[in-house]
Design a binder for this molecule. Structure first.
Ligand code: PEP
Ligand code: MN
Length: 338
């Protein structure tokens, strides 16, 4: 860290800061300028106490961090991209991965019909919420355990892997027993106890970005899972809340490129929550591929007008088929295959 002192700090004031830096376990290296002194504090910031509290001293103007706050999630610690293995499926490697299915699991017919259709056009993972985080307590909350049973049924018939959201620590054990991938939703993006429980489950985790979460915070949330012994983490950009009203959220495609640069973890894009409009999903998918995403998580419903949640953003089977055809040249141009 770099500790910047106020101009004209007395030699006694400088000594005081140097002593404090040593006491906190760093090696102080002062650089004296004509009016101002800066002190480089040499030591590992991720294992030592932070020096930011030094700004409490009147002679300290600023404390600057040199190292990133995340370590295991960073490219520096792991230059090669991580490939998450879900059975025989690889995510983050040469194959571009399609995860698709309804927002909510509603019925056997709805889920199985969707599973067959998305598989037919190239999806390898079936999504579907059994536990739904709804803004209002009066809205459909999901089928719960029955929803998990239906997801298992769809997997048995189609061979698709299953991704579903885990809403609370209480559910981790039984959701992990059914799901191949645990989805942590935007509303739980910084629920650290839930992240730790999911890490312990040993299941691969898809971590959505929170609605107002900075990229650094998103990577630190991933760091929680990695630091608790689970290396199989995927980041998922799903739009952030901005002032815009023409879209439900603002899909932050720059964050996809940044996450790919900063981290070795696979990045998945969810354009459905990302814009909240079925008519934009296909275009956003192309953008996501172009920016380096490793896969897409798309809401597909047999009849979006009748969906019990997020009907406005779910695409029907025909649109999904067209969407997949439309991204193929982009996937090929990015050097991967579907
Ligand atoms: C969803 O995938 O249906 C969902 C609720 O996602 P998010 O947590 O991104 O809002
Ligand atoms: Mn949804």
């Amino acid at each position: 860290m770099i500790v910047v002192l106020r101009p004209h700090t007395s030699p006694k004031g400088i000594e005081e800061v140097i002593a404090e830096i040593s006491r906190l376990g760093y090696e102080p290296a002062p650089v004296h300028g004509a009016t101002q002194t800066i002190i480089a504090a040499i030591g590992d910031e991720t294992t030592h106490q932070t020096l930011e509290s030094l700004t409490a001293l009147p002679q300290v103007e600023r404390v600057l961090r040199v190292q990133k706050r995340y370590k295991l999630a960073s490219r520096e610690s792991h230059p090669e991209p991580t490939v998450v293995r879900v059975g025989d499926l690889e995510i983050g490697g040469g194959k571009f991965v399609l995860m698709a299915g309804p927002c909510s699991v509603e019925s056997e017919e709805q889920l199985l019909e969707t599973a067959r259709r998305v598989r037919q056009v190239g999806a390898s993972v079936l999504r579907g919420g059994a536990y739904k985080p709804r803004t209002s307590p009066y809205e459909f909350q999901g089928l719960g355990k029955e929803g998990l049973r239906l997801l298992e049924l769809a997997r048995a018939e189609t061979g698709l892997k299953i991704i579903t959201e885990v809403l609370s620590e209480r559910d981790v054990e039984h959701v992990s027993a059914s799901a191949d991938i645990l989805q942590i939703g935007a509303r739980n993006a910084q629920n650290f106890q839930l992240l730790i429980e999911c890490a312990r489950s040993g299941r691969p985790v898809l971590l959505k970005r929170g609605m107002s979460e900075r990229i650094e915070e998103w990577l630190l949330a991933a760091e929680y899972i990695l630091a608790h012994g689970n290396p199989n983490v995927m980041l998922c950009e799903r739009g952030i809340r901005t002032f815009e009203t023409y879209t439900r959220n603002t899909l932050d495609l720059a964050a996809v490129a940044i996450a790919k640069r900063e981290s070795h973890l696979p990045v998945i894009v969810d354009p459905s929550q990302g814009c909240g409009r079925a008519d934009l999903v296909a275009e956003l998918c192309k953008g996501a591929v172009a920016l380096g995403a490793d896969g897409l998580l798309i809401e597909v419903h047999p009849n979006p007008a009748e969906a019990v949640s997020d009907g406005q953003q779910q695409v029907d089977f025909e649109s999904f088929g067209r969407l997949v055809e439309g991204i193929k040249p982009f996937v090929a141009a990015s050097g991967r295959s579907l």
